[in-house]
Design a protein around this ligand. Structure first.
Ligand SMILES: Cc1ncc(C[n+]2csc(CCOP(=O)(O)OP(=O)(O)O)c2C)c(N)n1
Length: 797
């Protein structure tokens, strides 16, 4: 480490800038008046509700200040990710000091009035949250839910070769599963075409009321751990400000120089071999510079500094002088002029213009977003001469389209496909005709599709894939996450956080819209016959629809052409979370491309070719959503039409699940008039649904005909069995559906009773058959719309 990286003068002014940031942070937590302490502090100047996290804040102020110095020194394109985003006072204080805050929020001006507003708004009704929230310029990471800072940071630097993300990792945060595995992200970084992440592990020793593990293992063990993850850690340890400034400056100079040299060497030689990237471990007291001892208890350097370290209220007036003393310890009169503006010689320490971390366009990614170049999805149509023709598996058809999306956007490097090693297994093999999996670790003979540069990102951690993709989208690019349906639940909570981010940012005019987060859930519940019960869970969409209607969309394309149309739409959309569920196994195809486009544009519709109620009111509505439900519904309809020919049957297929909700609840929702005219106001409706049945009730409970709605779906019955038996186990097979219809149609009379008996026998025959032959009956396997007699007795093949 070089000595004296800072001149005495620079050290003095940097320390003053740090004091200014700390002063503003304490002010945000405590004050709503008297922002410059021009009057003696009274309880009237103190907020009634004291909220916020002090513990991490001074350390983050210290880091931000030092990053400012290296940005200026090396002209860096850098953004800041606050892992412990609860250090919101730090990012707000620093973006205020650098001027970006007031540019975006002119009311929070750089004067005494602005200071008062800055302080008051923090954690205050109608104000701003206490985290690195979307309202804070320069933030792409709220940090409210801990664990994702490194994966977000890596997502941001993929395909951003000039960008460095300085990523502060809380030592508590580092105990989370997602963060623990995120250190491995360095094996996916290409030093030529990607930027760099500089992790700064903030070892302040404590979480909320406990020590952190990383602070209580020996330095040797910690160093070995991070070394083992492929990093070169540099320790900056202590509490004496002057020494710490020197040490941090030297460490940052060394880290930045190492990053630059590594990148230059790789870029000059064209050799992307994985380097050992630098990182910093900053060990400083929790609540540094705050109250040392309060009421006889140590605060600074302990867990007690985590939130508000000093209660100040009518019940604790004796603490008021301590607060005043604490605030004055930063010597605000040396930092701000009498109008409350940061003194010029200090303001000069911040970078200029878009180099300020609060103004860097990467942190407002929509501003950099370029439309994808899209091939015409119609060109990838699967030929459907008549409904029910055999298809190869819907995602296999989609794969060719995604291959060409990948190819077309290769020059602008703004599209990636993420997944936990499931891109092949989800049927998207065609993508590998155009690209590889990005992988910067050794390869051996027989490895497939691995290269230092590629558009497919895969690590067996759904958290990493989600975090990388979010970081990629938040910095203005496009992508798709393909995943097994059951295991997407692993990121339920990350989805929550992203959806919340989208909701809040859509209300901030200065935040540009970003590309949608697209989930393709192939390998779904109904076709996990080889994996069994653990792989059978369609509940992600139950979770998704809890979120704000403006943000979420759920699509259940029934066949390949519909899938193409839906994915084309999703890749063009902005600021949504789109969930698309599709099959990868050979399955019947229903709609030729033009019909598919019309159907997907409408999102819901009567399939006239399958219905026979054109001339009269329907007796029953057979509705379906999802590929397997569509197949079973049509098979059920064919039985009914053959055996109960007098029945008037209407078949409705739903692609866009949100159509079912009232218009008042979701912008896609059907009006009540339209819903009633499709589903009738009084006829029985048998709804066959891809996921848990309750969701359909939840979405339609306000509709007129809700009481006649009978929903079949997944009832948590499953195992390793045949595809058709999966539907039988859940009473969602064609035979059960017909019996359900008969039960609701007394007019079917004796014919209905006899048919029910036959169907019950069929189910017994099915069971016997699969037990003996280990596969579905030929009449099930070979069933085709309008072509087969469902009661054919075929011999097993
Ligand atoms: C996933 C998650 N679990 C729990 C919490 C509650 N929580 C808030 S702060 C905190 C301690 C964080 O410790 P650390 O990351 O070291 O941050 P710092 O000490 O710098 O505040 C916890 C457990 C959370 N925000 N996120």
């Amino acid at each position: 480490m070089t000595e004296n990286a800072l001149t005495p003068e620079l050290l003095r002014s940097m320390d003053a800038y740090w004091r200014a940031a700390n002063y503003l942070s304490v002010g945000q937590i405590y004050l709503h008046d008297n922002p410059l302490l021009k009057e003696p502090l009274t309880l009237a100047h103190v907020k009634h509700m004291l909220l916020g996290h002090w513990g991490t804040t001074p350390g983050q102020n210290f880091i931000y200040l030092h990053l400012n110095r290296v940005i200026k020194k090396y002209d860096l394109d850098m953004i800041y990710v606050s892992g412990p985003g609860h250090g919101g006072p730090a990012v707000v204080a620093n973006t205020y000091l650098e001027g970006t805050y007031s540019e975006i929020y002119p009311d929070i001006s750089q004067d005494e009035v602005g200071l008062k507003r800055l302080f008051t708004q923090f954690s205050f009704p109608g104000g701003i949250p206490s985290h690195a929230s979307p309202e804070c310029p320069g933030s792409i990471h709220e940090g409210g839910e801990l664990g994702y800072s490194i994966s977000h940071s890596f997502g941001a630097v993929f395909d951003n070769p000039s960008l460095i993300v300085a990523c502060v990792v809380g030592d508590g945060e580092a105990e989370t599963g997602p963060l623990a595995t995120a250190w491995h992200s360095n094996k996916f970084l290409n030093p030529i075409t990607d930027g760099a992440v500089l992790p700064i592990l903030h070892l302040n020793g404590y979480k909320i009321s406990n020590p952190t593990l990383l602070a209580r293992i020996s330095r040797e063990e910690l160093e070995a751990l991070l070394h083992g993850y492929g990093w070169t850690p540099c320790f900056v340890e202590g509490h004496e400000p002057a020494l710490m400034h020197e040490a941090m400056a030297a460490a940052l100079d060394a880290a930045v120089e190492q990053i630059k040299q590594t990148q230059q060497a790789a870029r000059a030689s064209g050799n992307p071999t994985r380097p050992r990237w630098p990182m910093i471990i900053l060990s400083s007291p929790k609540g540094w510079t705050g109250p040392k001892v309060v009421d006889g208890q140590q605060i600074e350097g302990t867990f007690r500094a985590h939130q508000v370290p000093l209660s100040v209220s009518a019940q604790t007036p004796q603490h008021l002088p301590l607060l005043e003393e604490w605030l004055k310890s930063y010597r605000p009169q040396e930092l701000f002029d009498s109008n409350g503006r940061l003194k010029d010689e200090l303001a000069e320490l911040a970078p200029r213009g878009a180099r300020r971390m609060g103004a860097n366009p990467h942190a407002n990614g929509g501003a950099l977003l370029r439309n994808l170049k899209m091939p015409d999805f119609r060109d990838y149509a699967f030929p459907v001469a008549a409904p029910g023709g055999a298809g190869p598996g819907d995602t296999h058809v989609l794969g060719k389209f995604l291959r060409d999306v990948t190819k077309l956007n290769e020059p602008q490097r703004n599209f990636r496909i993420f997944g936990p090693d499931e891109t092949l297994s989800n049927g998207l093999e065609a993508v590998f005709e155009a690209t590889d999996r990005q992988w910067n670790a050794p390869t051996v003979a027989n490895d497939e599709f691995l290269a230092p540069s590629g558009r497919v990102m895969g690590m067996l951690s759904e958290h990493q894939c989600e975090g990388w993709l979010e970081g990629y989208l938040l910095t203005g690019r496009h992508g798709l996450f393909n995943c097994y349906e059951a295991f997407i639940h692993i990121v339920d909570s990350m989805f929550n956080q992203h959806a919340k981010w989208l909701k809040v940012t859509s209300g901030l005019p200065w935040r540009h819209k970003i590309a949608s987060l697209n989930y393709l859930l192939a390998s779904h519940v109904w076709r996990q016959d080889h994996n069994g019960f653990t792989h059978q869970d369609p509940g992600f969409i139950d979770h998704v629809v809890n979120k704000k209607a403006e943000v979420v969309r759920v699509y259940l394309p029934p066949d390949a052409n519909c899938l193409l149309s839906v994915i084309d739409h999703c890749l063009r959309s902005r600021h949504y979370v789109n969930v698309v569920i599709a099959g990868k196994h050979p399955a019947p195809q229903w709609l030729a491309m033009d019909a598919a486009v019309t159907h997907c544009t409408e999102g819901i519709g009567i399939w006239q070719w399958a219905s026979n109620d054109q001339e009269a009111e329907p007796d029953i509505v057979m509705a379906c959503a999802g590929d397997v439900p569509t197949l079973e519904t049509l098979a059920a309809v064919s039985i009914m039409r053959q055996h109960l020919p007098d029945l008037k049957i209407r078949v409705i297929n739903v692609v866009d699940l949100m159509k079912l909700q009232p218009k008042t609840e979701h912008p896609h929702g059907l009006s009540d008039t339209d819903f009633d005219s499709l589903f009738t106001t009084n006829k029985p409706v048998i709804f066959t649904f891809h996921a848990y049945p309750w969701l359909i009730h939840r979405l339609t409970y306000r509709r007129t005909n809700h009481e006649n709605l009978h929903v079949r779906g997944y009832k948590e019955e499953g195992t390793i069995t045949t595809p058709f038996d999966m539907t039988v186990l859940n009473d969602m097979d064609r035979f059960h559906l017909v019996m359900d219809a008969i039960d609701r149609l007394p007019r079917t009379g004796t014919r209905g009773v006899y048919l029910k008996q036959q169907l019950t026998n069929k189910l017994i025959e099915h069971k016997r058959y699969i037990d003996e032959f280990g596969q579905d009956m030929p009449e099930i396997r070979n069933w085709k719309w309008a072509s087969a007699n469902p009661f054919d007795t075929a011999t097993p093949d």
